[in-house]
Design a protein around this ligand. Structure first.
Ligand code: MEV
Length: 749
């Protein structure tokens, strides 16, 4: 699908949290929030800091340390939509922010602003005979000092920044009582954070300061109390939007105000309150390559500016009774230089925010701090933070337990209620619920299979056989008539809601329209809902399964008389529109749900159904990185073109292994099948189709006793398949433990 124009940028993406990582990246791309390069980098994991670059950044480097990068949705700031990048290890921060922003946008979102980006440099002068006179002299020579400072950085002046003002302060040393005159140089550093620039200006004016004061200059360094670069944000939330979870809107409003009151008068509470604010601000500071220690130092010093440490926010009710929240916080950040040049993730994150200038980024960060404070105070004054943490923990446990989507929320609720948030408990609850569970629309749902290639990928392009087995129930779909507003396609897991209007629109929606025309139902009103149970772009035949499930659902609703053969033919049309020249294997397996031996002979596809002995007990490990099938097929072809006989030899070997695998499958010799899969992986490796993630998954599978393990499909990402008659759960569990999604097929136990 073509990315939407910038005008259609939205930060609302329904069900984003339910999507796989690859689906989230695609959803952001579809909305024009990530460009092609960003998608490629994220999908292939190339966005992280390369070791060789890290080695140049600090001393004694031994590695690169990982933290999760997540995106908070729903932000509306000064009337503009933002998806906010966050780097943070603590659960519930990203979800809390997205929830707070969703509520705020109902009443217009956040208003935020920043002052000019002024950074203060300090020059400390001592051993002065007459400090008061020295201070007057410094002020009298202000222009001379500013001119000297600016002559050191003419480019900053040309950009509209530079040293703008001078202030002077007198202090007495606590140890020996001697006088210290401190000159403050106020520098507008525009889009740079400005630390180096201000430090070098302070160094540069030091001897002039000595001449003017007759003293001796000691420290020359910026101040991290950046109280001349202030950002402010405000939000207004009507009480009706606050009600929920058994609490009236007024009770929530008053609870938030009371919680804030405590943080205003009590430094013990203020520290925790402000820590929560910095949960959001630090996370975006890191994601945008900013010095979060500087941002932290400024915030806490500013919070204590009255002489007593207090909250950075204020919550109160306005005349209409609405809850109003405000934050005022120093925010000296940069949008040029530094990490932006060395770290690709930082570049992606700036683009995601629409490449703001430094004051705008600072304003966004203030709004994020206010949103995080709201999320924390709302949770504290209603369910309590622990409850939210438990829910998140329960979600991750339910996912480890492989709870199906239809039961997921119910299992999570029961887990939290039981207080026993354990994988075994999740499985027990899921078993009990699934006995009771009757999906209201189950009878209306039609399904289709995905596929997994056991052996023969790539060689199949050169006329050798391939062996593939189905993934049952890979996709479900239903069609509801009526609605009176044309044809809607909804795929909630992908956050996709789309009108099907014409054949020109490209992608699934375009080809669907032309098929609906062929079937004579393109003018009907209907909603087509698709529920994929396998991730897309992972080489598991998801697109063909989508097409077949939709066609079956259309048949179910409109009684069109579509036979399986016709459905297969139409699904092939969809595959052609999606992939150019498909082999036909995906749509055939999606339709018939049977293991197949496939071979192209004299340009004609030949399918042989394999009646295997019992189900094949497989675990599919999903890398989460898009399989670049078109690229890998093209790379293999280039290699084959330059050394045909060498590569034909490899394809012959793969072909022979595949024939032997067909026999092994027919006769139920799983040990033999496993060995053939392992050998085949060797050849696929020789064709350079594997990736570190695929190798890790293969290694995990073999280490936990899989008989065979290999990549499946195009390679270069995507998925791998392991044959595990005795230990499916152990293999799948170890893969999930390592952070991968899995699918278990032909459950052996
Ligand atoms: C936890 O990281 C942050 C909170 O403690 C903040 C607060 O109490 O306001 C929840």
């Amino acid at each position: 699908m073509a990315p939407t124009s910038a005008a259609e940028r939205t930060s609302r993406i329904p069900n984003f949290f339910r999507m796989s990582i690859a689906e989230r990246i695609t959803a952001l791309h579809e909305r024009g929030l990530l460009n092609e390069d960003d998608v490629r980098a994220l999908a292939q994991g190339e966005h992280t800091l390369p070791l060789r670059v890290a080695d140049k950044m600090i001393e004694n480097v031994v590695g690169v340390f990982g933290l999760p990068l997540g995106f908070a949705l729903n932000f509306l700031i000064n009337g503009r939509d933002y998806v906010v990048p966050l780097v943070v290890e603590e659960p519930s921060i990203v979800a809390g922010l997205s929830g707070a922003a969703r509520m705020a946008r109902l009443s217009g979102g956040y208003e935020a602003s920043s002052t000019d980006p002024i950074l203060i440099g300090q020059v400390q002068a001592v051993d002065i005979d007459d400090p008061k006179q020295a201070m007057q002299n410094l002020l009298a020579h202000k222009d001379e000092i500013l001119n000297l400072a600016n002559s050191l950085h003419p480019k900053m002046v040309a950009r509209g920044g530079g040293a703008q003002d001078v202030e002077v302060h007198l202090h007495h040393a606590p140890e020996d009582g001697r006088d210290m005159v401190v000159l403050h140089l106020l520098v507008d550093t525009r889009n740079a954070m400005g630390a180096n620039l201000v430090n070098s200006m302070c160094e540069g004016i030091a001897s002039l300061v000595e001449t003017i004061t007759g003293g001796k200059v000691f420290l020359r360094i910026l101040s991290n109390l950046t109280d001349r670069a202030i950002s402010r944000a405000q939000v207004r939330i009507p009480t009706k939007n606050l009600e929920g979870k058994g609490f009236s809107g007024k009770a929530v409003r008053d609870g938030i105000i009371l919680a804030n009151d405590l943080a205003t008068v009590d430094p013990y509470r203020a520290a925790t309150h402000n820590k929560g604010i910095m949960n959001g601000i630090d996370a975006i500071a890191i994601a945008t390559g900013n010095d979060w220690r500087a941002v932290e130092a400024a915030a806490h010093a500013y919070a204590a500016r009255s002489g007593r440490y207090r909250a950075l926010t204020r919550w109160y009710k306005n005349d209409a009774g609405d809850l109003v929240g405000e934050i005022e916080v120093p925010m000296k950040v940069g949008t040029v230089g530094g990490a932006l040049e060395t770290n690709q993730s930082v570049r992606i994150n700036h683009r995601l925010l629409g490449s703001p200038n430094a004051p705008d980024l600072a304003a966004i960060m203030a709004a994020v701090g206010l949103a995080q404070n709201f999320a924390a105070l709302r949770a504290l004054s209603t369910d309590g933070i622990q409850q939210n943490h438990m829910t998140l923990h329960a979600r991750s446990v339910a996912s480890t337990a492989g709870v199906p989507e239809a039961l997921f929320d119910a299992v999570v609720d029961s887990l939290v209620e039981s207080g026993e948030i354990k994988v075994w408990k999740a499985k027990e609850i899921a078993r009990t619920l699934s006995r009771r569970h009757i999906e209201p629309t189950a009878a209306e749902r039609s399904s289709a299979c995905g596929k997994v290639i056991l052996l023969g990928e790539h060689a199949v392009v050169y006329g050798r056989p391939a062996l593939a087995v189905p993934i049952p129930l890979a996709v479900e779909a239903s069609v509801r008539k009526g609605g009176g507003d044309g044809i809607d396609l909804v795929i909630p897991r992908w956050g996709l809601e789309q009108k099907i209007r014409d054949a020109e629109s490209g992608g699934l929606s375009g080809v669907l329209f032309s098929i609906l025309q062929q079937l004579g139902i393109a003018t009907e009103d209907m909603t087509i809902e698709v529920i994929p149970h396998i991730p897309r772009a992972m080489g598991l035949g998801g697109s063909a399964a989508n097409a077949v499930a939709i066609l079956r659902a259309l048949e179910h609703t409109f009684s069109l008389g579509l036979t399986d053969a016709k459905i297969n033919e139409l699904a092939f049309q969809c595959e052609t529109a999606a992939h150019g020249t498909p082999s036909g294997i995906d749509n055939t397996i999606a339709t018939y749900g049977i293991p197949l031996r496939y071979q192209r002979i004299d340009d004609e596809p030949r399918f042989e159904e394999i009646t295997e002995r019992g189900e094949v007990p497989l675990v599919i490990g999903i890398t989460g990185k898009e399989s670049l099938t078109a690229t890998t097929v093209a790379n293999v072809r280039r290699a084959w073109e330059s050394h045909q006989s060498r590569y034909d030899g490899i394809f012959d070997q793969i072909g022979q292994l595949t024939e032997a695998a067909v026999e092994a499958l027919k006769t139920g010799h799983l040990n033999e099948l496993g060995e053939l899969m392992n050998l085949c992986q060797g050849y696929l490796n020789a064709l350079q189709l594997s990736t570190p993630e695929l190798e890790e998954l293969i290694h995990i599978a073999r280490r936990h006793g899989a008989l065979g393990a290999k990549l499946t499909g195009g390679g270069g990402g995507g998925s791998m398949v392991a044959l595990c008659p005795d230990n499916q759960q152990a293999v799948a569990g170890a893969m999930r433990q390592a952070g991968y999604q899995t699918v278990i097929l032909g459950d052996a136990g």
